[in-house]
Every structure is written in C-alpha cells, then in structure tokens.
Design a protein around this ligand. Sequence first.
Ligand code: NAP
Length: 323
Amino acid sequence: MKKERVVIIGSGPSGLSAALYTARAQLKPLVIAGPQLGGQVALTHEIENYPGYLHLGGAELVDKMKEHAEHFGARIEFDLVTEVDFSQGSPFTVKTMSETYSADTVIVTIGADPRKLGVPGEAEYTGTGVSYCGTCDGFFFRDKEIVVVGGGDSAIEEALFLTRFASKVEIIHRRDALRAGAALQKRAFSNEKISFIWDTQVKEIHADDKGIVNGITLWNKKTDETTTKPTEGVFIFIGHDPNSPIFGDQLALNDAGYIISDERYRTSVDGVFAAGEIQDEIWRQVATSSGQGVSAAMSTIHWLEEHEDELQPLDETPAPVGD
Ligand code: NAP
C-alpha cells in the first residue's frame, strides 16, 4: 500500500487548484485524475468568465492548471477510484483500478455530471445538436430554432441566455408548472422568442444522415399524443447527478446525493474534505470551483499541521521544490 499525505480525487478546476496549494505547501499531493483531465470543463469550447482571461479553451485552462500544480510537485495519475474506506479515520484507504493508497487526508473533487434523458439519439448526437451547456454551444445556433428541456432554474436561465443566438426557443417541460423561481419565470414568459410545450416528454432525438440533429419525437402525457417536431438543437437541463455513489456509505450526503461540507470544506469525516460541484449544487462555475479547491487545500494544510505528531513517516520524503 502506498502512503500519501494528501490524495485528491478528481482533476477539474477544484482538484487542480487544491493540488497547486497543497503542492506549494511541500505536501507533494497525489491527484487521481480519472480517465481524462479536467472533467466537464475540458469539454467546454470557450470560457469567457474566468477572471483574467477574456478567451480561454476549457482544455487549455486545465492543461495550464495541471502544469502549474506539477511545477510545485503535484503528481497526476490517470486512474479511477473504485472504492474508499474512511470508516477507521485517518489514514484512509483509497483503492484505484491499479493501486491501493493509504492517505492521511483526502480531498474529494469528483464533480457532478449533467443528468441525461436516456432517450434514443441523445448520446449518439451529443455535440452535433444535443448539448448540456448553453454558454458553451449557444453560439453555434445563431438564427436557428431550438428546444430546451427542463423546468428548473437552469433550464429557464439557459433558455433566456440562448435567445441571444437562436431565433426561437421552445421550452419542453414534463409538467404544466415550472419549478424555476418567480423572477426567472417572469422573464421567460415575457420574452418574445420563448414559448412553452407543457406536459410533454422527449422520447427520441433524430438526425440526418450526417448525424446532425433535425428533429424530436414528443409525447404529451395528458393527451397521450405522440408527435414529431423539427428542431436543430436540443439543450437538456434537467439537473445534475453528483458522482458520489462510491462515497454513499462513507460520507454524509444530502437528499440529492451531494457531499455535505461546512464553510471550511470539511465533510462528516475528520480529515476528508470536499470541493467543487460534488458539494455545490448551486454555483457550478470554474472560478467558484477553483476557489473552493483552494479553501479545501488550506483546510487540509491546517489539519496536517494540527496532527503533525500523529503522522507516520512517508516511504519517500517529498523533495523540496523551488518556486
Ligand atoms: P432542478 O431544480 O432539479 O430542476 C430540474 C428540472 O428538470 C425540473 O423542472 C424537473 O421537472 C426536470 N426534470 C428532471 N428530470 C427530468 C427528466 N428525466 N425528464 C424531463 N424533465 C426532467 O435542477 P436545476 O435547474 O439544474 O437547478 C439545480 C439547483 O441549482 C437548484 O437548487 C436551482 O435553484 C439552482 N440554480 C439556481 C440558479 C439561479 O438562482 N439563478 C440558476 C441555476 C440553478 P419537475 O419540475 O417535474 O421535477
């Protein structure tokens, strides 16, 4: 079993920011990155709202964050965590596909994924007309007629944003009342480009022979009527699912499955911290996730200082790093 001072699970902006701060504290953190660096952000075409950068690709940002953290001694492993055991307190056991680690502290930054409809065509045409991010993809739908699926704050906020580009935005909701807050509802109802299709579910997404989305099949649950509708874009905002199943019996989660953390990003287990979308179901921004990663790292550093006398030596003393 490999012994580590800090294991960071996840390599999005929160994980890589936590890696930078713990690396600068000479802790030589190990980042278990998952199959690809950056999670959702790496798939974002362009980011315009990360302070200091007017234009930045998502993949470029996480590459820079990785390079920055590695410069100060962070180690990145492209591996998947399969199991954790926090039940005995620190040191914790973290198992991956290829290794088992004993970690004095753990920072969980494993994120959340957009919830899927699970209908035919959705997975096949993601990127060619199906999208989960208006900010990322709205620009490609200039003067096109599109649909938005969902009735919560995200769906309405994104539908409003998409009216900047699309000529028409139809919101398809499975009930006849929105879940979104009153202020957003008011703006949507008064927007001339937005209309609503109530009590309706998307059953299938269709594409032309090049795989470009050109229509959907709808089912009205009140009339039991099935219809088809031409559209060039299907934006799906029906919530997020936190990637928390492996922590379910180890950490306290809220009803929606997000890890419960306090203002210092401490979880229900002393020595385990959480940052980014795995514990934040509201803000979900690169900048907020990054800041949360920094805060969780600082809490981790303080925790290790407080427990200095109890820590077992590492097999390999972290090499001092320059700055
Ligand atoms: P949400 O509040 O859970 O809403 C999800 C919406 O998708 C609901 O209308 C739900 O329908 C619908 N839905 C869920 N599963 C579906 C399915 N399989 N098929 C069709 N429709 C489905 O999620 P969210 O909008 O992403 O918001 C998440 C949290 O972030 C909320 O707390 C929200 O307030 C917050 N947020 C706030 C803001 C803001 O304040 N500006 C912006 C974005 C998000 P039902 O209504 O029938 O359940």
